[in-house]
Write a new protein. Structure first.
Length: 76
């Protein structure tokens, strides 16, 4: 994993891989965003039961910060 002290961040591909380990499914959207002062990847995954989950992955450490099921899924 990336050393958080050197200022680098993981790639979106690494964030996707980390998220899919927790919530298997199909990636529908990935975004890099600031959440509460932290740079995070927001990885949206559709499961086999057609539910959408957002997995927030810390962009520097690769740690999963939050997993939540989306009720109102719209990227527009």
């Amino acid at each position: 994993m990336v050393n958080p002290m050197n200022g680098q961040r993981i790639s979106s591909e690494q964030a996707i891989s980390i998220a899919l380990q927790r919530i298997p499914g199909e990636i529908v959207h990935v975004d890099l965003d600031m959440e509460d002062g932290l740079l995070v990847y927001e990885v949206f995954i559709m499961t086999s039961s057609n539910q959408i989950f957002e997995v927030e992955v810390h962009a520097r450490t690769g740690n999963i910060l939050k997993i939540e099921r989306e009720e109102d899924f719209d990227f527009d």
